[in-house]
Design a protein around this ligand. Structure first.
Ligand code: IPD
Ligand code: CA
Ligand code: CA
Length: 263
C-alpha cells in the first residue's frame, strides 16, 4: 500500500474512534461548555477528541505537522501537515442536536495541496473519504455532485461567522441576495458536512466566509474529488489558509460566483 493510502486508512480508523468519543459525550450530563467568543462554544468533548487524535497522529507520524482547532500544534519537518477538527458542529453538539462530525485533512507540502481527507458523521455512521486524483467515497461507495443546472430548484447551504455580532461582514448581504433565487438555503452547522453533502449531491452548492483550515481541508478535497468546483469567491482555486469557500456542481458554480461577486 502506498503512503497516502496508508495515511487515509489511519485517518479513517482514528476518526471512527474519535466519533465514539463524541457519541459517548453527546447529551451527557458530564459535558461542560465554555465560550471562546460570545457565540463560539467549546466543550469538554471537543478537547477529549482532540487530545485523542493528536496523540494518535503524533505516535504514528512523529515527523508530520499538526494543526488542530483547540490548540494542539506539532511542527513536523516531514512532507505532511494534518488539519484536525475534533468536533465540527460544536454549537449543535452543545445543544443536543445530532449533526456534527470529525474532520481530518492532510496537506502535502511539496504539492501545496490537500491530498487526503476524511469527514466522519458518527450519528449517521457516514464516513466520507478522498485521496487526490482517486475520487470521493461515502462508506466506500463512489459519490458525485448533483447534475442540476436549475438555480431556482437548487438546495444550497451556508454558515454564519462567530463574529456576526460585531462585524458587518457576516454573510447577510450574500444570504439576502441568494435566498430569493434558490429553492432554499440550509444552515446545518457543520462546514465539513456541508461540503460532503455537496459531494454526495444532496446540496447543489455551499458557500461560507471566515472558515478555518480545519473546517474545510478535508471537505474541499472530497467535494472536488466528487466532481465539484471548489474556489474562493473570486473564482481562484480554494486555499485552506484563505477563509472563504464556494463549492458547487460545475453547472451552477459560475452562477454562484456571480451572486457572490458583489462582496
Ligand atoms: C463551525 C461549523 C459551522 C461554521 C463555522 C465553523 P465548529 O465549526 O463548521 O458550520 O459555520 O464557521 O467554525 O466551531 O463547530 O468546529
Ligand atoms: Ca469547525
Ligand atoms: Ca471544532
Amino acid at each position: 500500500m502506498d503512503q497516502r493510502a496508508a495515511i487515509l486508512d489511519f485517518a479513517r480508523a482514528i476518526s471512527i474512534d474519535a466519533g465514539e468519543i463524541l457519541l459517548q459525550g453527546f447529551r451527557s450530563p458530564g459535558m461542560t461548555v465554555s465560550y471562546k467568543g460570545v457565540s463560539n462554544p467549546v466543550t469538554s468533548v471537543d478537547q477529549a477528541s482532540e487530545e485523542f487524535l493528536y496523540r494518535k497522529i503524533r505516535d504514528r507520524y512523529p515527523d508530520h505537522g499538526i494543526v488542530a482547532e483547540e490548540g494542539h500544534r506539532a511542527n513536523g519537518h516531514g512532507e505532511y501537515l494534518w488539519y484536525v477538527d475534533p468536533l465540527d458542529g460544536t454549537t449543535n453538539f452543545a445543544h443536543g442536536v445530532a449533526h456534527f462530525s470529525v474532520s481530518i485533512g492532510v496537506f502535502s507540502k511539496s504539492e501545496s495541496r490537500v491530498v487526503a481527507g476524511i469527514v466522519y458523521d458518527p450519528c449517521r455512521r457516514e464516513l466520507y473519504s478522498a485521496l487526490a486524483g482517486e475520487g470521493a467515497f461515502l462508506n466506500g461507495e463512489g459519490i458525485r455532485v448533483s447534475a442540476s443546472d436549475d438555480l431556482s430548484r437548487s438546495l444550497v447551504a451556508t454558515g454564519f461567522p462567530y463574529d456576526k455580532n460585531i462585524s458587518d461582514k457576516n454573510n447577510l448581504a450574500q444570504f439576502n441576495r441568494i435566498l430569493p433565487r434558490v429553492q432554499c438555503v440550509r444552515r446545518f452547522g457543520s462546514a465539513a458536512l456541508d461540503l460532503c453533502y455537496v459531494a454526495a449531491g444532496r446540496f447543489d452548492t455551499y458557500w461560507e466566509m471566515k472558515v478555518s483550515p480545519w473546517d474545510i481541508a478535508a471537505g474541499c478535497l472530497i467535494a472536488e474529488e466528487a466532481g465539484g468546483i471548489v474556489t474562493r469567491f473570486d473564482g481562484r482555486p480554494y486555499d485552506v489558509e484563505v477563509p472563504e469557500v464556494l463549492a458547487a456542481n460545475p453547472l451552477l458554480h459560475g452562477l454562484f460566483l456571480g451572486l457572490l461577486a458583489h462582496g
